[in-house]
Design a binder for this molecule. Structure first.
Ligand code: FAD
Length: 325
């Protein structure tokens, strides 16, 4: 085989992250009794750059800064160089939260076995002032807090339930029931532990979904700790690019591009024709009812401080009378 120029280069030393080395094994507390700690890692920002240069050629070394290259890769979803970095975490998570976490299939997992060992004697508890109310417009979400007076009752009920399930579990074990069966009535608040290994590309995807305000508050806490405490230290350039081009970015659909164009050109008739043709709004009892997609668009306009541009227009009586019922 002919020797290539890159094979003649001196061997590359292993890339390390001093900032991550400094916290290796240190648990970051999450929720009341959970944690995340780094067990091991492979690669650093330099490993992303190194892999990318194989595809772009050595010449780019001179013309592009590492940071610029990583930002380019993340911006254009050229993600395989990110897969050169891997992170192994040890996590302690309540089972309801773990159930969401484990849906991310692209990680390698080894979980504490409650068939083999006695279940971890720890359950996530909720202080009286931390009971969240059901969200009115997001069936999967929460908003605001219940009165702490009511919360006290709920927290007391939680304690009784957790104590009882633990007592029943312990009794089953004492009477010789197999651990695999004795566990069946343990609550989802019971903590589990796992080793979770994932490459940076899939980790950023996990963080993008689970740091999002639509994710449940508990898993969001874990994702925020992993992002801000671990990834930010480990691969600061990739983390910065992720924040700029994924986490803080906004996807705009074809319909939304057209809406923005019509709003910018102040073409009210064109806008009304468009939202009607695309069934984005209807009239019910003289009130405009926006499709979910259009409500989300208003949220996006809010990011630009432009939320007041569309709603008043759709509320005009002469427009409402033209909307389909
Ligand atoms: C806010 C929120 C609400 C949710 N609600 C629900 C719910 O109500 N019910 C429910 O069941 N789940 C729900 N989920 C889970 C969700 O549907 C995903 O299963 C989960 O977020 C994992 O995402 P993923 O498949 O992209 O990640 P991963 O499993 O890590 O996969 C990463 C990527 O790899 C690719 N990939 C992986 N496996 C395959 C495959 N078999 N075929 C093709 N491509 C693949 C995909 O591109 C995928 O995006 C919810 C998630 C979020 C964030």
């Amino acid at each position: 085989m002919a020797k290539t120029e890159s094979l003649n280069e001196a061997p590359t030393p292993r890339h390390r992250s001093e900032a991550l080395d400094a916290i290796l094994g240190t648990p970051f507390k999450v929720l009341d009794d959970g944690f995340v700690r780094v067990v091991d890692y492979l690669g650093a920002d330099e490993s992303i750059v190194q892999a990318a240069r194989v595809s772009y050629g050595a010449g780019t070394k001179k013309s592009r800064e590492d940071r610029g290259l990583i930002r380019y890769l993340v911006r254009h979803a050229h993600t395989t160089p990110l897969e050169m970095c891997e992170l192994k975490l040890h996590v302690r998570v309540p089972m309801d939260c773990w159930r969401q976490w484990i849906r991310h299939r692209t990680a390698n997992v080894n979980e504490y076995s409650t068939r083999y060992s006695i279940a971890i004697d720890g359950s996530q508890t909720t202080p009286p002032e931390r009971w969240r109310k059901q969200s009115a417009d997001n069936k999967q979400g929460s908003e605001g807090w219940l009165d702490p007076e009511i919360g006290r009752r709920l927290t007391e009920g939680e304690r009784e339930l957790q104590d009882m399930s633990r007592r029943v579990y312990a009794e089953r074990l004492d009477l010789g029931v197999a651990r695999e069966q004795a566990r069946k009535d343990l609550p989802l608040s019971t903590y589990t532990e796992a080793y979770w290994k994932v490459d940076l590309h899939n980790l950023l995807h996990f963080l993008w979904l689970r740091m999002d305000p639509h994710a449940q508050a508990e898993i969001r806490e874990y994702a925020n700790v992993i992002g801000h405490e671990i990834v930010a230290r480990w691969v600061p350039m990739a983390w910065e690019a992720f924040k700029d081009y994924r986490l803080g970015a906004l996807a705009v659909s074809r319909l939304e591009v057209e809406l923005i164009r019509l709003l910018a050109s102040r073409d009210d008739k064109g806008l009304l024709d468009f939202v009607t043709a695309e069934e984005l709004v209807r009239a019910r009892n003289g009130i405009p009812v926006l499709a979910g997609e259009l409500k989300e668009f208003l949220g996006k306009l809010g990011r630009f401080g432009l939320e007041d541009r569309l709603s008043p227009l759709l509320s005009r009586p002469e427009i409402i009378s033209r909307l389909p019922a």
